[in-house]
Structures are given as C-alpha cells and as structure tokens.
Design a protein around this ligand. Structure first.
Ligand SMILES: [Zn+2]
Length: 74
C-alpha cells in the first residue's frame, strides 16, 4: 500500500480520530490506521471507518459536549 498523496510507504499505526457532530466533540484514541512514513497521511480501512461511525452515533446521543473514548474499549 502506498500513500495517495506522496507515494510513500504506508505503515500500520494508530492515531487519534477527532470529529465534531452537532456541537459534540468526539475524540477517539488508539484508532488502528495506515500511516504514511513520509508525509504522515492517515488512512483507515473500511471496517475501521464503519466502527468509527458506530462509535460517533452512540456518543452523539450522549449529553456530553466532549467525549473521549478509547477505540478498543468503545
Ligand atoms: Zn505520504
């Protein structure tokens, strides 16, 4: 797998995913990803994207303005 932007190598890594939905700030830590060793571009696999959407939907219903969760524990 090579980077879409710079053509560098993509290595397995983890990242912190940040998103804002309807005024809720959702931070998901330790998300598995592929990260470019040259430019740092992050790509998620399809199953991870689905899981992130599920977690975001769940947290959107929570009444907290800021939610910080661990990917593996969510
Ligand atoms: Zn790159």
């Amino acid at each position: 797998m090579t980077c879409f932007y710079c053509g560098g190598n993509m290595a397995d890594s983890t990242t912190t995913h940040f998103t804002e939905v309807n005024g809720h700030y959702i931070i998901i830590k330790n998300v598995p990803c592929h990260k470019c060793t040259q430019c740092g571009e992050v790509v998620f696999s399809g199953s991870v994207v689905e899981r992130l959407e599920q977690i975001t939907e769940q947290l959107e219903k929570a009444l907290t303005e800021v939610a910080i969760v661990n990917y593996s524990a969510a």
